[in-house]
Design a protein around this ligand. Structure first.
Ligand code: MTE
Length: 342
């Protein structure tokens, strides 16, 4: 299978493209997802308040038992090819996606979040959206789940550390959420704040970062259709270690831009200072677009190790400009010196 599939390989129910899902998905995962979607169809959950776009033929059938943290109530069982945002690289196995994590609030080892994040309380969960907006809002997680139709989007995730995964997220474009608050003309940037509660998050005892974890995007980046507010992965409710109940996914930027367990979103006039930029400004800039030609001061960014593809001796893959999403997002940076704005 080739590394990057071109747009005619995108799987879209209306496109006439017939790439069978079992060609791109490990068999066990494919079967598990089929079971999940059959379960949802059987339970009538597909008609949930998120809005049913239409269940594909393979989502019909009998109820089935689901492993993991539980099914996502508003999941509309449709894989969409939004703005070319679907990749057909082989999916990273569920077990790798949920046991090899960066979530420093639960510890700095890759295995810490899976071990420690059970203490995170994801209900009730309120999110405040405020700042340069006409209609500030506080929404609870049930309102957020119903706010727009859920889509499954398969994106590459490239960590600044030099590893990558391919993850089937479930969520909707951040733009759907931001439109609700009616940004004013002063809203030039969006700031994201993560939960910081020492009672739930043992990692807060460490001073590796200033808590809460803060991230930011320029307004046009935030409104780009690829920018996803994710509530689940592999058709399931977001596992806690992956940023439950709601995390950002910005697939063309290094993974640390994708803030987990978000509690506050602020629209602002000035460029926000992200936690990683505040900690080490020379190494982590505001933009942090995936770029094989701009190295990290301490290591090359030209290649990456795909998690789940074998050990340290497996050949590394070339890293793609904007993580392979250049056609969709390259224009956002036209004329900018990407070495200066790293
Ligand atoms: N969000 C918070 N709140 N805390 C973190 O430590 N780590 C970031 C990002 N979001 C992080 C975070 C980094 S460095 C990466 S690579 C991704 O989450 C990892 O997401 P994953 O564990 O779901 O693969």
């Amino acid at each position: 299978m080739s590394f990057v599939r071109t747009s005619h390989h995108l799987l879209h129910p209306d496109s006439g493209c017939t790439l069978p899902e079992h060609e791109v998905t490990p068999q066990a995962v494919y079967l598990r997802r089929r079971q999940l979607l059959q379960g949802l169809a059987g339970a009538g959950a597909l008609a949930g308040a998120g809005g049913l776009i239409g269940a594909p033929a393979w989502a019909q059938g009998q109820a089935a038992v689901v492993k993991g943290p539980g099914k996502l109530p508003a999941l509309a069982a449709q894989r969409t090819a939004v703005a070319g945002g679907v990749v057909m690289d082989k999916l990273t196995p569920y077990d790798d996606v949920t046991t090899y994590n960066n979530f420093y609030e639960f510890g700095t080892d890759k295995s810490d979040p899976a071990r420690n994040a059970h203490t995170l309380k994801t209900r009730p969960w309120m999110v405040r959206i405020e700042g340069e907006v006409l209609k500030p809002l506080t929404l609870d997680i049930d309102q957020l789940l119903k706010l727009a139709p859920m889509e499954e989007r398969i994106y590459r995730l490239r960590c600044v550390e030099g590893w990558s995964m391919v993850i089937p997220w479930v969520g909707y474009s951040l733009a759907s959420l931001l439109k609700q608050v009616q940004p004013t003309s002063k809203a030039k940037y969006v700031e994201f704040y993560t939960l910081a509660d020492a009672k739930q998050m043992p990692g807060l005892r460490s001073s590796v970062l200033d808590w809460p974890y803060v991230e930011g995007l320029r307004m046009d980046e935030a409104m780009h259709p690829l920018t996803l507010m994710a509530f689940g992965l592999y058709g399931e409710v977001m596992p806690k270690q992956n940023g439950a109940p709601m995390r950002l996914v910005v697939p063309w930027k290094y993974g640390f831009k994708s803030a987990k367990s978000i509690v506050r979103i602020r629209l602002v006039e000035r460029e926000p200072v992200s936690s990683w930029t505040a900690a080490i400004p020379r190494e982590y800039g505001f933009y942090s677009n995936v770029n094989p030609k701009v190295d990290h001061p301490r290591w090359s960014q030209a290649t990456e190790r795909r998690i789940g593809e074998g050990g340290l001796f497996t050949p590394r893959r070339p890293t793609l400009m904007f993580n392979g999403y250049e056609a969709q997002v390259g224009q956002l940076y036209a004329g900018m010196d990407l070495r200066k704005y790293y």
